[in-house]
Design a protein around this ligand. Structure first.
Ligand SMILES: *[C@@H]1O[C@H](CO)[C@@H](O)[C@H](O)[C@H]1NC(C)=O
Ligand SMILES: *[C@@H]1O[C@H](CO)[C@@H](O)[C@H](O)[C@H]1NC(C)=O
Ligand SMILES: CC(=O)N[C@H]1CO[C@H](CO)[C@@H](O)[C@@H]1O
Length: 407
C-alpha cells in the first residue's frame, strides 16, 4: 500500500424507512471500522423522528461512533416535503416525492460534499430503491454501489420483471397462476409468493413506477451489495453474478466488540428484559409487525383473541400507528386487563434484546427481512404473517425453502 494512500470516502444514502436505515447504519460502522471515511445522509424527516424517539436533539446520530474513533460524518437532506407532513398517513405522496423531487436535493448535497470532501469523495452507496444513483454517480464520477437490503430472491424477481411479463405472470389482464420456473437461479416459485407489488391489479402506482425505474437504474451500478447470507441464497446469487457483480454481505448486525451506541430507532424503546427474566426459557411468544406496515383493526382484534385463548405468555409490540396514525384505540375492551398477568404490550422495544432473550420461544412476525434474519440468528422459530411487499417472498424462503417457520 502506498504510504500516503488516502482513505476511501463514501457517501451512503439509505431509503427513508427504518428497515433500510438500520442496515445502512450497521454497514457504515463496518466500513468505517475498515478505515473508510463515511458521510451518512438521512432525510430531515428520518433525522427528526430519530431525535424525537431518543428525546434528545442529538443533531448527529454518529457522535458516539466518532468518539470511538470512527470517521463517520453526518448530513441530512430534504425528501421534498415539509417536516410536519404525515408520511405514514400519506404513503403515496411521500413516495411520489422520493421519485420526483428527492434527486434534485440529493444532487445538490452530493455536489457540495464532492467539492469540499476531504479526503475526496470517491464512492456513492445508495439504496437500490432510489431511481437516481447512476445519474448522480456518473455526474460526479463516483464509483456507484447499489445496496439492496432485502433477500437476493426478491432482487432477482424485480430484476427479471421482463421475464415475468413475457411469460404472462405479471402485467397481463389475466396473469398465469402456475408455478414460475424460468427465473435464473430460482428453481420454482408460486405466483402467490411474489412480492405484493407483482401480484397487484393496479401496476401503475407510484411504487410500481419507482420499482421499474430503480431496477433499470441498478443495471448501471458498478456492483450490488446485498444484505443476505451467501450460503442461504447461493444459487440465486451465482445466477445474478452472470449479469452483474453482486456480493452477499449479510447478515449485517451491530459489531459487538465496538459498543458504540448509535440511535437508529424511530420509536422510543421499552425495556422488556426484567419482565422476560421472570419467565421460563422458551415460553414466551414475541409478536411484532415491524416499523412500518399497517395491520387492519379486524386483524388486530383477531390476534388479540388468539393470544387470549392460546394462554401463552407474550410480548406484543403495538406501534401507536399500527392501524393508522389517526386511530389508536384498537384493542378489544378489557383485553389488556384480562392478559395483564402474562402479556406485555409495548409500543416499541429493542428487538434484538428481546429475541435473543432465552425466555423467547417463538416470533409471530410480518416477515420483514431484518426481523427474519435476526430471528434466524437467535435460533427462534417463526410464525409468518406477511403483510406487504417482500414479506410474502420472505415467507416462502423461511417456510418452504429453509423450513424455519410455519404458515
Ligand atoms: C435458560 O437459558 C439460559 C441461557 O441459555 C441457561 O443458561 C439456563 O440454564 C436456562 N435455564 C433453565 C432453567 O433451563
Ligand atoms: C430490525 O427491525 C426491527 C423492526 O423494524 C427493529 O426493531 C430492530 O431494531 C432491527 N434490528 C436491527 C439489528 O437493526
Ligand atoms: C452509470 C454510471 O454512473 N456509471 C459510473 C459508475 O462508476 C464508474 C466508476 O466510477 C463510472 O466510470 C461510471 O460512469
Amino acid at each position: 500500500m502506498a504510504k500516503n494512500q488516502q482513505k476511501v470516502h463514501a457517501i451512503m444514502i439509505p431509503y427513508p424507512f427504518q428497515g433500510h436505515v438500520i442496515p445502512f447504519v450497521h454497514l457504515a460502522i463496518k466500513l468505517a471500522s475498515r478505515d473508510f471515511t463515511i458521510t451518512f445522509v438521512n432525510t430531515h424527516s428520518i433525522h427528526q423522528q430519530i431525535s424525537k424517539a431518543q428525546s434528545t436533539d442529538a443533531g448527529d446520530i454518529f457522535a458516539g461512533a466518532r468518539e470511538s474513533g470512527l470517521d463517520i460524518r453526518y448530513a441530512t437532506v430534504s425528501d421534498g416535503l415539509p417536516l410536519e407532513f404525515d408520511r405514514s398517513l400519506n404513503h403515496d405522496q411521500h413516495q411520489e416525492s422520493l421519485l420526483q423531487v428527492s434527486s434534485a436535493h440529493v444532487d445538490e448535497l452530493v455536489g457540495k460534499l464532492v467539492c469540499s470532501g476531504n479526503p475526496p469523495v470517491s464512492c456513492l452507496i445508495a439504496d437500490t430503491f432510489f431511481v437516481w444513483p447512476s445519474s448522480i454517480a456518473s455526474k460526479y464520477n463516483l464509483v456507484n454501489v447499489s445496496f439492496w437490503t432485502e433477500p437476493a430472491l426478491v432482487f432477482t424477481l424485480y430484476y427479471h420483471l421482463d421475464l415475468l411479463r413475457q411469460n404472462g405472470h405479471f402485467a397481463s389482464s389475466d396473469n398465469r397462476v402456475d408455478t414460475i420456473g424460468y427465473i435464473p437461479g430460482v428453481q420454482a416459485i408460486e405466483p402467490r409468493d411474489l412480492m405484493s407489488y407483482l401480484q397487484a391489479s393496479d401496476i401503475t402506482t407510484v411504487v410500481h413506477r419507482i420499482i421499474y425505474k430503480a431496477f433499470e437504474d441498478v443495471k448501471r451500478a458498478d456492483f450490488v451489495i446485498c444484505n443476505t447470507v451467501q450460503e442461504l441464497e447461493h444459487e440465486t446469487l451465482s445466477a445474478l453474478n452472470q449479469k452483474q457483480p453482486i456480493y452477499a454481505i449479510g447478515p449485517i448486525f451491530p459489531n459487538e466488540f465496538k459498543r458504540t451506541k448509535i440511535a437508529t430507532s424511530l420509536w422510543s424503546e421499552s425495556d422488556c428484559s426484567q419482565w422476560l427474566n421472570s419467565k421460563a426459557n422458551g415460553s414466551v411468544l414475541y409478536v411484532s409487525f415491524g416499523s412500518y406496515a399497517h395491520v387492519s383493526k379486524h386483524d388486530i382484534v383477531e390476534i388479540a383473541h388468539g393470544l387470549s385463548v392460546s394462554e401463552v405468555d407474550f410480548v406484543w409490540v403495538l406501534r401507536p400507528d399500527i392501524v393508522s396514525s389517526d386511530d389508536t384505540d384498537i384493542l378489544p375492551d378489557g383485553f389488556e386487563d384480562s392478559v395483564k398477568e402474562r402479556g406485555l404490550i409495548v409500543a416499541w422495544c429493542h428487538q434484538i434484546g428481546v429475541i435473543s432473550h432465552p425466555a423467547i420461544g417463538g416470533f409471530l412476525t410480518h416477515c420483514g427481512w431484518n426481523s427474519t434474519m435476526e430471528s434466524m440468528w437467535c435460533g427462534v422459530p417463526l410464525i409468518c404473517f406477511p403483510l406487504l411487499t417482500d414479506q410474502f417472498t420472505n415467507r416462502k424462503l423461511v417456510v418452504d425453502d429453509w423450513k424455519l417457520g410455519n404458515l
